[in-house]
Structures are given as C-alpha cells and as structure tokens.
Design a protein around this ligand. Structure first.
Ligand SMILES: [Zn+2]
Length: 428
C-alpha cells in the first residue's frame, strides 16, 4: 500500500514542502522545507529566532507526528530527499538526527556544495547541527534504492543550480514530484531542445500521480525569458549615467551570468557584497555550471569601495536581501539606477523590508526598475507538462491557488486533481 501525506507547502502555502511517502514499511520525506510565511507569524530575524528544534515542533513548522519522543528529533523515517538548495525545501532538516541514528539526507551535488557553503558562512547552532547530518549526493540518472522504493532524480531548471525532479517507482506505480522548476530559463530551454526534460524522458510511461508545483497560479505573472531579462537589463544599464545597483538572489547563477554579460557589453565591472561569495566560490568546483569567476568577473565590494565612490558609472554593484548598508556608504550620484532582479523571497533575510530601502533610494534620487523573470514554470508550461505526463492523480503544491491548477488540469482527459489537506493520508 502506497500512501502520501502532506504536512506543509499546501492549502495555499507557497513553499515549505514536506511530503511523506510510505510504501509498505518504507518511509521517505520528499523535501523537508520550512514555510517562511508561517515562520514569520511566530518568529522574526534576527531578534526573535526559534530557540531550538523544539520551537519548530511547538508552532507546527515541523509536524509533531514525526517527532521521536526519546530524541526530540524526527524519527521513524528511512530517508529525506531534497530537491534543491532553497530553504523552503530543506530548512526542516535541522530537526533530523545525525550520528548513530542519522536519517540520510539525499541531495544533488550542486545542492550539497551550495548548502555546505551557506551553512559554513552561518554561525548559528542550527547551522552547525545541520552541517553534521548524513548527506549523500546524487546526480541525474542515479537510482536511489530506499527500501521498496526506487528514486530517479532528474535535472530541471530553477532559479538556482542543482534543482531536480524526483521520479519515484513505488509498488503502487510511478509518482513524479516536480520540486520547483521552470522551462523558460536558459538551462530549461536547452533541456527542452535536447529532449532531455523529465516529461520527455517519461513519454509512454504510466504515471500514477504527479505532485506538481504551481507557484505562478493565483498571482500575475510576467512571462518573459532569461534572454528578455538580459535585453531589458542591457537597456537600463546603457541608459544609466551613474552607478547601477542590482538586487538579486545570491544563488541565482543564471541571473548572475546575465548581469556579467551585460556588464561586459556596457564596459562596467561587477562588484558584489560578501553575501555572494560563499555560493560563487563553492560553484567554481563544477566547471559545467560556468558560474561567474570571483575576482575576475566579479570583484569583492570591500576591495573596490573607494574606486566605486570616485567612478560610479564604471560599475554594477550587486546586492541582496534589500540591504542598504553599501548603498549608504557609496552614496549613489544622481543618475544612478536600482534594478530589482530578485527571485526567491523565502530566505529569512528577506524579512528586511523593501520599503526602507525605497525611502533611501528616493532620498538619493535613484529610480527603481523591476527586471526579473520567475524561477517557476508559467501556467502554460505547467499545462504542457501535465498533458505530456497525463497522470491519473494530480496534487498541486507550492501555490496560493491550488484549486486554479486543479480546475485547469481537470479539463485534460483522465486527470483527477486532489487538493491535499494537512496530515491527511492519500492512498494510491
Ligand atoms: Zn520553493
């Protein structure tokens, strides 16, 4: 008997996915994230952070059903599989045991590099505990045998390198879990052209259930590609007579490459604040990713701060988390631009309010441009994927409007959509 239970990342929550798959005696967690909307309703950063794992169980960020009474940590689970290195998909692993009773955490190689770099750059006890977990890396094509279940991770495009979908062979049929993905990024387009997308590989295979992200339902979506982002960014940078400040996610390597290309075309040098270094340096080990090179394509802010002040029109300053510190130090001259080019608001640091930064930018006379495309599939692409896979059951997750995807998908023949409710058991 195969059962699915969804604990978080459903009922209108975007992110914080926690899905428990049971096949006979085998129990596997598919992602173990924290929903930061819920996190914010109990905690704040940096002053009122959770005091420990116990607080996560207490407020329901991690389900009490999974808590082992003796250890106070998650127990009774054979493995945890993480799809990509965003905290709304992995932050719950702080409640997994390490050492003798460790629950193995499977994750892609790039995800492991990024996560390790992020954890090493943080000083919290939580980060230190996470670094001790039993990590096992996977890559596309691997077959992870966990009890009666075989899992084949397959690469997808998202706003971070190292994102995978999980193709799960159970005794009750094949389940596909998308994690977070998109088709319109540079990597996504390449995969589709090569016929190397998961739904292309699965052609002809019977899919019992599809657990599908639907972030872009329920909100207006701007359906532009990464190439169009580059074109728009070029237009802004070319018109700018002062400093260009770009706010973007530290792990969105696709976007960082775009910014570096625009810098070259417009004869500017890219400078980045310290938050970009751990991930950029960690990704140099993987040549295929072609991540911008530290100290060549991107120079540390600290080394260039005096020069930027003097010759602002020669630089693009990368910043993240709506930080104003460097902007106040540099004091952008009139004619400078701020480009909001960020993807993921799910990091704790995103707490810092954008409105405060806007006030400072207004004071300096710096206009704000929004040049961005989503890290998630557009509704039209989701329908294309669902149609290709033709699953018997569809579970929408990671969306404000699960019913919208359900209604749209049920127009396809043979697809039955189920809106998951927290903790309820769904038998396949
Ligand atoms: Zn997510």
């Amino acid at each position: 008997m195969v059962k699915l239970r969804f604990f978080s990342g459903i009922e209108g929550e975007v992110g914080g996915n926690q899905i428990l798959l049971e096949d006979g005696e085998t129990k596997i967690l598919l992602d173990f994230g924290i929903n930061f909307g819920r996190w914010r309703s109990f905690f704040s950063f940096p002053l009122s952070r959770p005091r420990g794992v116990e607080d996560y169980f207490r407020v329901g960020l991690i389900p009490k059903e999974l808590r082992d009474r003796e250890t106070g940590l998650v127990g009774g689970v054979d493995a945890c599989i993480i799809t990509h290195p965003h905290s709304d998909h992995y932050a719950g692993i702080c409640a997994l045991p390490s050492g003798e009773n460790a629950i193995p955490v499977y994750l892609g190689q790039a995800t492991h590099r990024i996560l390790k770099a992020k954890l090493e750059s943080r000083r919290s006890a939580e980060a230190k505990a996470m670094a001790q977990l039993d990590f096992k890396t996977y890559r596309t094509g691997d077959r992870l045998q966990i009890g009666d279940v075989e899992i084949r991770p397959w690469h997808v495009d998202h706003s971070t390198p190292g994102a995978y979908v999980l193709i799960i062979h159970t005794t009750g049929g094949t389940i596909v879990y998308t994690g977070d993905f998109r088709l319109h990024g540079s990597f996504g387009k390449k995969l589709t052209q090569k016929g190397d997308q998961f739904w292309q590989k699965l052609e002809g295979e019977e899919i019992q259930a599809l657990i599908c992200e639907a972030t872009n339902f329920g909100e207006p979506v701007n359906p532009i590609s990464e190439e169009e982002v580059e074109r728009l960014m070029h237009k802004c940078v070319e018109a700018c007579r002062g400093l260009v400040i770009v706010n973007t996610s530290t792990s969105d390597v696709d976007r960082l490459r775009t910014i570096c290309r625009v810098a070259k075309e417009t004869q500017r040098q890219v400078i980045a604040t310290k938050y970009f270094w751990p991930v950029l340096e960690a990704l140099q080990e993987d040549e295929k990713l072609n991540a911008p090179k530290p100290k060549v394509d991107v120079i540390p802010y600290e080394e260039a701060v005096d020069e930027i002040k003097k010759r602002q029109s020669d630089y693009i300053l990368l910043t993240s988390f709506y930080r104003e510190k460097e902007i106040l130090e540099v004091e952008p001259v009139p004619g400078s631009y701020f480009i909001l080019s960020s993807s993921e608001p799910f990091e704790e640091e995103g707490e810092i309010e954008f409105s405060r930064l806007k006030n400072w930018l207004n004071l300096f006379g710096v206009p704000i441009y929004h040049v961005h495309t989503s890290g998630h599939a557009f509704p039209m692409h989701l329908m294309q994927v669902i149609e290709a896979l033709s699953p018997k059951l569809l579970y929408p997750v990671h969306t404000e409007a699960p019913q919208a995807l359900a209604r749209m998908a049920e127009s396809l023949p043979g697809v039955c959509a189920v809106l998951p409710e927290k903790g309820v058991e769904y038998r396949l």
